[in-house]
Design a protein around this ligand. Structure first.
Ligand code: FAD
Length: 299
């Protein structure tokens, strides 16, 4: 219930204005966001690289309806990739197509995504709400003609996902499997956590049995145990799949998996447009809301 309210608030301009203006919000946001500037992102990524963690970096922003903002987002990725090269660290990019024009000009989104692919070692397209899935998969198919390693996030909670995965589990594909973070109607997505978890396991099985490279994006220990069983069953060793987790969430678990020899990639968001991302993290876990409220109360 609280989660649903927070997801609704994540799309409210009014709540966005008041939360963004609260003096202590920034302190709490810092737990989930690596900073606002290119230099802060480079520093955070360097720190993760030193801890033997791989990175995919997200320039925060979504649902842009302005072509100047879409162009600025693409430029921000290119600038960051240049700064990372200079600093001698490598990171993949995660891109929300709605931040580069998908909502009003799909062609523009494709062109900006191409520019980002050309500047980055590897790109994964984030998946946003269900109305964008066909468009995102269409753009992915176009990008893969020139950048065959481009990956995509697929959301286990959507009823359509097993069908999509059958098309995507082939040779060379890179799929990041997530549970799904948006508020979706029952007509398109499982509503109950148990059903989502079961759907995740079915999807994971398709990916682990397939020929592509599964990116298992979760903080859920049960899913991690099941991934290990499936890796055994389908003869996948450490380099044949990877784990992904969000910046600031279960850091100890990230480090333990990396120390055990797994590739662990941390999703590092940076930039000043953190509101939607931050609210989805609060919605995922009531304990994070308590943390937020305590900080606002000065504790
Ligand atoms: P849950 O069942 O939510 O959580 C399992 C356990 O993990 C919890 O009990 C708790 O211990 C811990 N945990 C989970 N979330 C938090 C949190 N916020 N704070 C602290 N502890 C927590 N979703 C999309 O819709 N599209 C995307 O493109 C997308 N990309 C993602 C990329 C990465 C690398 C990751 C890790 C997630 C991404 N997500 C994306 C979000 C995803 O859909 C889930 O909402 C999120 O990962 C929570 O699900 P979970 O698998 O961790 O399991």
């Amino acid at each position: 219930m609280l989660g649903q309210l927070l997801l609704a608030a994540s799309r409210s301009t009014l709540v966005r204005r008041s939360v963004s203006g609260m003096p202590l919000t920034r302190k709490v946001v810092d737990r989930f966001v690596a900073g606002e500037t290119t230099q802060e992102a480079v520093t955070a990524i360097q720190r993760l690289a030193d801890a033997k963690l791989a990175v995919t970096v997200d320039h925060l922003g979504e649902e842009t309806r302005d072509s100047a903002a879409a162009t600025a987002t693409a430029k921000a990725y290119i600038t960051l990739m240049g700064a990372l090269r200079e600093a001698g660290v490598s990171a993949e990019a995660s891109v929300k197509l709605s931040a580069v024009g998908q909502a009003f000009d799909e062609k523009m989104a494709l062109e900006h995504a191409r520019e980002i692919c050309a500047a980055s070692p590897m790109v994964t397209l984030d998946m946003e709400d269900h109305t964008t899935v066909d468009s995102t998969l269409g753009i992915l198919a176009e990008l893969r003609k020139d950048f065959p390693q481009t990956g995509v996030a697929i959301q286990a909670y959507l009823h359509r996902t097993e069908g999509d995965l059958r098309d995507l589990a082939g040779e060379g594909s890179r799929v990041r499997l997530v549970k799904g973070a948006y508020r979706e109607p029952a007509s398109v997505a499982h509503q109950n956590k148990n059903d989502v978890d079961k759907a995740y396991v079915r999807a994971l099985r398709i990916l682990m049995a397939g020929k592509g490279y599964p990116m298992v994006a979760t903080h859920d220990d049960r899913i991690i145990s099941i991934t290990e069983l499936l890796a055994d069953r389908f003869g996948r060793s450490f380099g044949d799949y990877e784990y992904q987790m969000l910046y600031g969430i279960r850091t100890d678990r990230q480090e333990a998996l990396a120390a055990a020899g797994h590739t662990v990639r941390v999703y590092v968001p940076y930039g000043d447009d953190w509101y939607g991302y931050f609210m989805r993290r609060l919605a995922e876990r009531p304990a994070n809301v308590a943390f937020f409220l305590r900080a606002l109360g000065g504790k």
